[in-house]
Design a protein around this ligand. Structure first.
Ligand code: ADP
Ligand code: MG
Length: 465
């Protein structure tokens, strides 16, 4: 009984420190809009970098030819080729391959990482079949999706600002990632030109627009989190070049680095951040994304093990191990709806090493998963809401008339596979928008949209015009 009382006290404390009442979400969204404006004006202290993508035109559907794409951003990278058939035939054929990145390369040298990628790409190019056609005398072209913050200097060049999401490689920051990749491709004897360098959010936006003309923003909820959207070029004070003909510019918000007193930051978040590769950075990302959710749950369970002997008299040693509880496992536990929480029990046995857990303990564990996922999903929804606010698609126009159909393309393994997470994002967004506006807003899964999007942008920026 004493144990139960202590567990209840910890749970109660967790509930209150992770709480995200709707009013708080609104004020977080407002703070985010303010940070977006600071970023657009070039304030060097702005938390949202609001990076200029040099994409001022999104795909139209007319793109045609053979293009490659390479997507580097998490634990896997993908290579893809697509034969585009123009307005009538659209995507004629598409093939892709996924390669996982050996962990030592994520913290090794730049050259080793890029050599590994280029080698995998060269191997993939070797398997190009009869269904793909490259006109005589032309060089193959590639869209490079690189999901880290980059200061672009043109559509096909840019320097790395910093690594995130568990990557930490010396000597890449400040370097042009396109020349790094190009040099590695040369070392492989691969004749290919990078014609577009895009963030995954920008790729997803491009791929999303190709599929649906009303897509105005893209959000990634995967290992990390980020968003891009279409901004009016004249609303970007830091843009000093000529205004693009389209009047638009895609902005990569880099919202993962958002930080605010308003964010419900618990002791578990603070400790995780402190011990991370990038302390003090990517605070919003650390509360939302797939790399971290399971780890937050682990830290709370550890506290329960210490303070309330949740898993018996001894604290299970495995539970002390950072990142042992991965978000997909958390999701599996969270979705267990069996009467005896059998799956959850089996997961606890596998991961934490405790063979017998009472139903009570299982319920508590599931509740913790629920609290952490719900906070992440609600914060993500507040972010989406802030972008809609920024572009005036959060409410019916005051001038009267209907709000235009507004589509947000979403991608990332977290959103795609964690059902309770994605439903909570959608429900919260509906709640924030209210009934009328939310009837015009659609959240749409753009599965692997960033790969095809990068290929489309490579096509529209082809050296052959
Ligand atoms: P990345 O973000 O690395 O480019 P993905 O978009 O595929 O790649 O996202 C992968 C991430 O999605 C994983 O790191 C994991 O956190 C999360 N994820 C994958 N599968 C699941 C799942 N079943 N439940 C919850 N999260 C998942
Ligand atoms: Mg990705």
């Amino acid at each position: 009984a004493e144990r139960k009382r202590r567990a209840a006290a910890v749970v109660e404390e967790v509930e209150s420190s992770l709480a995200t009442p709707t009013a708080l979400l609104r004020s977080i969204a407002d703070a985010m809009v303010t940070e977006m404006e600071r970023g657009l004006s070039g304030d060097i202290h702005a938390q949202l970098k609001m990076l200029i993508s040099y994409v001022d035109n999104l795909p139209t559907g007319d793109e045609h030819g053979l293009f490659y794409a390479l997507d580097l951003g998490g634990t896997n990278f993908r290579v893809l080729r697509v034969q585009l058939g123009g307005r009538e035939k659209r995507v004629v054929k598409q093939q892709y391959e996924e390669v996982s990145i050996p962990p030592h390369l994520m913290v090794g040298t730049s050259m080793d990482l890029f050599d590994f990628i280029a080698a995998a790409l060269a191997k993939f190019v070797d398997t190009e079949g009869e269904d793909f056609h490259l006109p005589e005398g032309r060089q193959r072209e590639l869209g490079f999706t690189f999901s880290f913050p980059v200061n672009q200097t043109s559509i096909s060049s840019g320097t790395l600002i910093k690594w995130t999401k568990g990557f930490s490689i010396n000597g890449t920051v400040g370097e042009d990632v396109v020349s790094e990749l190009s040099r590695a491709m040369e070392r492989q004897g691969l004749d290919m030109k990078v014609t577009a360098l895009v963030n995954d959010t920008v790729g997803t936006l491009a791929g999303g627009r190709y599929m649906d003309n009303d897509v105005v923003a893209a959000v990634i909820l995967g290992t990390g989190t980020n968003a891009a959207y279409v901004e009016h070029a004249n609303a970007i004070p830091k843009w000093t070049g000529l205004l693009p003909k389209s009047g638009n510019m895609v902005i990569n918000t880099e919202w993962g680095s958002f930080k605010s007193d308003k964010l419900p930051l618990s002791e578990y978040d603070k400790a995780m951040d402190f011990e991370s590769l990038n302390p003090g950075e990517q605070i919003y990302e650390k509360m939302i994304s797939g790399m971290y959710l399971g780890e937050i749950v682990r830290r709370i369970l550890l506290k329960l093990a210490h303070d309330a002997s949740l898993f018996g008299d001894v604290v299970p040693p495995k539970l002390e191990q950072p990142f042992i509880l991965r978000t997909p496992d958390m999701s599996a536990m969270h979705h267990d709806s069996s009467h005896d929480l059998k799956t959850l029990g089996a997961k606890l046995k596998d991961i934490v090493g405790v063979a017998d857990t009472s139903l009570d303990v299982r319920y508590i564990t599931r509740h913790i998963c629920d609290l952490v996922a719900e906070r992440g999903a609600r914060l993500a929804a507040a972010g989406i809401y802030s972008i809609l606010k920024k572009i005036g698609r959060d409410k019916v126009p005051s001038s009267g008339g209907k709000m235009p159909r507004t589509v947000v393309a979403l991608d990332g393994g977290l959103y795609e596979h964690y059902k309770k997470f994605s439903s909570c994002v959608e429900a919260t967004l509906t709640d924030l928008l209210g009934e009328e506006a939310s009837s015009s807003v659609v959240a749409k899964l753009a599965n692997d949209g960033s790969g095809i999007g990068a290929a489309l942008l490579a096509a529209s920026h082809s050296q052959y015009g």
